[in-house]
Ligand binder design. Structure first.
Ligand SMILES: [Zn+2]
Length: 92
């Protein structure tokens, strides 16, 4: 289906398989240069928007509440998105 060279990645939040070029690289450590011993993870566009639209203010508290650094990344993102959606009733 896809042209040669395309690569699919899995969204760590919802598990959707999306073309890598359409995915958003996600690195909660914010350190793109230290690639040793870790792989980058990806978010599909809807999930990425769910994260990116959160206001900066209070973000640290939200990250902390979601278990940043204490749970694995997929669990962390799931919690984070869950908390975000709870604060916005009506948004599915
Ligand atoms: Zn997703």
């Amino acid at each position: 289906m896809l042209g040669s060279g395309d690569e699919s990645v899995s969204c760590i939040a919802c598990g959707a398989s999306v073309p890598r070029e359409d995915a958003r690289e996600y690195d909660k450590h914010g350190d793109r240069w230290d690639r040793d011993g870790k792989r980058f993870e990806y978010l599909c566009k809807p999930c990425f928007r769910g994260l990116a639209k959160q206001p900066r203010r209070g973000l640290e508290a939200r990250l902390e509440a979601a278990g940043a650094g204490r749970v694995d990344d997929a669990e962390f993102v799931a919690r984070f998105l869950d908390a975000a959606s709870e604060e916005q009733p009506g948004r599915e």
